[in-house]
Ligand binder design. Structure first.
Ligand code: ADP
Ligand code: MG
Length: 866
């Protein structure tokens, strides 16, 4: 009953029932050829999808808002809903409407959420799509993450301190956690991931463990190297439950779970990951312009996803790194092999996601045909790889399972280019099944009989333009034009009168029609059964095709790195356990690619014995300091994933961690980074870096007043130098810090060479030893468009500062201003345009700041505007 007391139709009753069983999702309710949404869902869908909002029951006083789209457009509309941050339940008709007695039965067949996507149409082929689960144990936090479209399932235990870094590394599309954990929501809310609360019973420890045991069909989890009772098991169990609930199908391709070993991986925290722009740029959040966009020369989507994984998890084991370098070296010396193999790889389909679709029973005939086509490429690939010298390539070659029976099973049964659906049949090869061939003959024979019958009738009754047609309502019919209507024999039964035609059926026609249709129907049913059997047989081999898929991905990444090394002129770095960096004529991998060839000025990076552990790099803004220090970090990271690097030669000491921090005023990522954030991040470095770490600091201390900032930067550098002994690159425009080298033995000054002529300066982008003799800040401010009056005044203050430094009271003796205007003098440098940054400028109270600080502030804002 509705509020108005009107009785609901059975359909709407079913709708409301299903809706209440699937809270938190948009319900797409199949009605005929459409998916419909009602009430609030309809309003949301209309807004996001741009479809028309109408209403059901328009005449009543209480119409129900409604919106819908044709069922065949489901994928494209789902894509938009999911990417707009919604979950959707798909409610389908689960019985044939033709056979249904009464209302057609409807059930939710799957729930689609960002972390549980499996359809190619909804997934980015080049990106992993992880679902993560977080469980707070007594002391540790359990994490589990799954790529449903490939079946990769991992777990680890972590601490509150590392949780955000871990999640940033995994980069899940969706995270599940027990309801009511607002602390967690606050902690990870800024990550680009959908947060899904689950009932707390879903995280019950014992049930979680038995759920995993039942799924994997094992008695213990020790075989997977999982320790009993750890929080990660609970997280994994809850994750599995969520997947089972949303998929509503079996998930046999998830056939193992691995503990993630952090020990032999280079640790990169969230801030560093972001600041080094490994997979996304800071400003625009795009892949283009990030490290991966340069490194990715893969030709398959499996390879592209694995490369993302390698970049997120660089190695720290010398022997592991050498194995990859050996392979890349061998391949890069063999360009012919390289291009032949890459040509073959490019023809493969996404074996990982195909396998998962087959295992979950969602694969089409076309998918099986793609699988066979991919398997058909393996013998050639294996042959090309045989006889390689490097150990890793030998291992990969040996691991390729040709799955020959699977391939021949599919090839003998499925036609070459099968249709997408089984609805019309025509998927199974002629000659494969006698029974099927007979049925097909019968249906074909029937059709031939009908054609012959038309010819006979046309002649017999003298209607040359007599036509045969077919429609769903009354099947085969004969069509007579109005002009000949008088000639129609009496036993013809009229079914329909159109403007210029009449349509008739005859008993003979009906008799054959039934033969045709029956045969056709049985043929299709038979094809479906045979196809399902085949799919089940192939699904049983999923572990084998999955293993081969993983190997193809590795081969693709290694060949891609070799290709890159050859074409971008990279060299093999020598790796060592000693904490050194000795990279000659190195280039920034991304800028080198973006700038016209030859324009990037190569630089040496010399750190560790005998050059000293700490470099202080000074120089004016825009000189190239940030570029230089990032370059050092990126090249170290590239070497540790197994890549060659843009340099003439290099000796790289393996880092256990890389830290990159950017001073508050330089970091624009989230719009408003504060000094507090800057200091929190700096604190983490000082608390967790080791002698084997590489630390790059960019303008740290800039988010506060000059003297505060200098003092903090000063003491942090001392600490890194004396206590931690990490290799450190510190870029700063605080010229004062160059004096540190007088007391710190392992610290040295470097600066960016500048050519000065007639008051104009040219940046040479060359890093040279020694400290910069001037900061040129005011000069840069002039280039940036700061009014002359401000520049002149700044120059005046600067010369006083340089002469006097600070007086006894701690105050600078700034000369008085030439004239004083209103106390709330506003800077109208940028006119009256609407812009958040401009508001910030208008709010600046220049009188309360030192002129130098005001100038700095202005320059900072000006930078933000550019
Ligand atoms: P800083 O940190 O000193 O202010 P950046 O490192 O941000 O300067 O560099 C400013 C710009 O100078 C870069 O965007 C780049 O275009 C250019 N640049 C930096 N280093 C080089 C180099 N080695 N060769 C060529 N151009 C460079
Ligand atoms: Mg900089």
């Amino acid at each position: 009953m509705t509020k108005t007391g009107k009785k609901l139709t059975p359909m709407m009753e079913r709708y409301l029932e299903v809706k209440s069983q699937n809270p938190g999702t948009l319900l797409l309710f199949r009605m005929g050829d459409f998916y419909e949404l009602f009430h609030e869902d309809a309003e949301i869908a209309a807004r996001i999808l741009g479809i028309t909002l109408t209403s059901r029951d328009k005449s009543s006083s209480n119409p129900v808002p409604m919106a819908g789209f044709p069922h065949h457009s489901l994928d494209s509309y789902l894509y938009k809903l999911i990417h707009a941050g919604y979950r959707a339940s798909i409610c389908d008709q689960v019985e044939d409407p033709k056979k249904a007695k009464g209302m057609v039965k409807r059930e939710v067949t799957r729930v689609v959420t960002p972390g549980t996507l499996t359809d190619d149409a909804l997934l980015d082929p080049h990106e992993n799509n992880f679902l993560a689960s977080i469980y707070f144990g007594k002391s540790d936090i359990g994490l589990a993450w799954l790529e449903l479209s490939t079946g990769r399932f991992l777990t680890s235990n972590t601490t509150a301190e590392h949780l955000v870094d871990e999640l940033a590394r995994i980069h899940p599309a969706e995270c599940i956690f027990a309801e009511g954990n607002t602390a967690l929501q606050n902690a990870i809310g800024h990550l680009d991931t959908m947060l899904t609360e689950r009932p707390s019973w879903s995280f019950a420890q014992d049930e979680c463990e038995s759920r995993l045991l039942e799924h994997f069909g094992t008695k213990t989890l020790e075989g997977f190297n999982l320790e009993q009772g750890t929080p990660s098991i609970t997280a994994a169990g809850a994750l599995l439950e969520y997947v089972q609930e949303t998929q509503k199908s079996s998930i046999p391709h998830i056939n193992h779970i691995e503990p993630y070993e952090r020990g032999d991986r280079l640790l990169i925290d969230e801030a560093t990951r972001r600041s080094l722009e490994l997979t996304r740029t800071i400003r625009e959040g795009k892949r283009e312009g990030s490290l991966i966009s340069v490194l990715d020369e893969t030709v398959t989507s499996m390879g592209a996803r694995l490369l993302t994984d390698w970049i997120a998890n660089p190695l720290t084991s010398l022997s592991e790194i050498l194995r990859r370098h050996d392979s890349v070296e061998e391949l890069s010396q063999n360009p012919v092999l390289c291009s032949e193999v890459r040509d073959q790889l490019a023809k493969t389909y996404d074996l990982q996601r195909l396998t998962a679709r087959i295992a979950t029973g969602r694969a089409s005939a076309r998918d099986l045909s793609f699988l066979a086509q991919t398997l058909a490429l393996l013998p050639m690939l294996k042959a090309k790889l045989s006889g390689r010298k490097s150990e890793l390539l030998q291992q990969l070659e040996a691991g390729i399972d040709l799955c020959a029976e699977v391939r021949s099973d599919i090839e003998t049964m499925i036609i070459e280019d099968p249709p997408l659906t089984l609805n019309e049949g025509g998927v199974i090869r002629p000659g494969f099944s006698e029974e099927l061939d007979e049925l097909r003959l019968l249906s074909k024979g029937g059709k031939e009989w009908i054609a012959g019958y038309r010819n006979e009738e046309a002649e017999r009754i003298g209607i040359p333009n007599l036509k045969v047609g077919y429609n769903k309502v009354f099947g085969y019919y004969l069509e007579v034009s109005a002009a000949h209507a008088a000639k129609v024999p009496e036993h013809y039964i009229r079914k329909q009168t159109l403007k210029n035609q009449e349509r008739y059926i005859t008993p003979e026609l009906k008799e054959y029609e039934e033969k045709v249709l029956k045969a056709e129907e049985r043929a299709i049913e038979l094809e479906q059964t045979m196809f399902n059997d085949l799919r089940e047989r192939v699904a049983k081999e999923a572990p084998r095709t999955q293993q081969t898929a993983e190997i193809l991905a590795q081969i693709d990444v290694l060949f891609g790195l070799a290709h890159l090394a050859m074409h971008a002129g990279y060299t093999r770095p020598e790796m060592t356990e000693e904490p050194v960096l000795d990279i000659r004529e190195s280039r920034h991998p991304v800028l080198d690619r973006l700038q016209p060839s030859g324009e990037f000025v190569p630089n040496d990076v010399l750190l560790g014995d005998p050059y000293g552990r700490v470099q202080i790099i000074t120089g004016p803004n825009m000189a190239g300091k940030s570029t230089y220090i990032r370059q050092a970090a990126l090249l170290t990271l590239m070497a540790q994933i197994g890549s060659f690097i843009p340099a003439s030669e290099a000796r790289i000491g393996i880092a256990d961690r890389i830290f990159a921090r950017v001073g508050a005023s330089d970091e624009l990522s989230k719009g408003q980074s504060t000094f507090m954030v800057e200091m929190t991040e700096a604190a983490r470095i000082l608390n967790s870096a080791s002698e084997r770490s590489l630390v790059i600091l960019d303008e740290i201390g800039r988010g506060t007043s000059t003297y505060d900032g200098i003092s903090l930067a000063w003491s942090m550098t001392e600490f890194l130098h004396d206590q931690i002994k990490a290799r450190t690159l510190f870029a700063t425009h605080y010229h004062e810090l160059t004096e540190l080298t007088q007391t710190l033995k392992q610290a040295s000054n470097w600066n960016v060479a500048v050519h000065e002529q007639d008051g104009e300066i040219v940046f040479l982008h060359k890093i040279v030893e020694g400290s910069a003799n001037k900061s040129y800040g005011i000069h840069v401010a002039r280039l940036a468009g700061i009014p002359d009056q401000v520049i002149q005044r700044a120059n005046q203050i600067l010369s006083t500062l340089e002469k006097d430094h600070i007086d006894d009271s701690g105050q600078t003796t700034i000369p008085p201003r030439p004239q004083k205007k209103s106390s709330h003098q506003q800077l109208s440098l940028f006119g009256n345009t609407q812009h958040p940054v401009l508001d910030e400028i208008r709010d600046l109270n220049v009188d309360e700041m030192t002129p130098l600080a005001a100038l700095e502030e202005l320059y900072r804002i000006r930078e933000q505007l550019n």
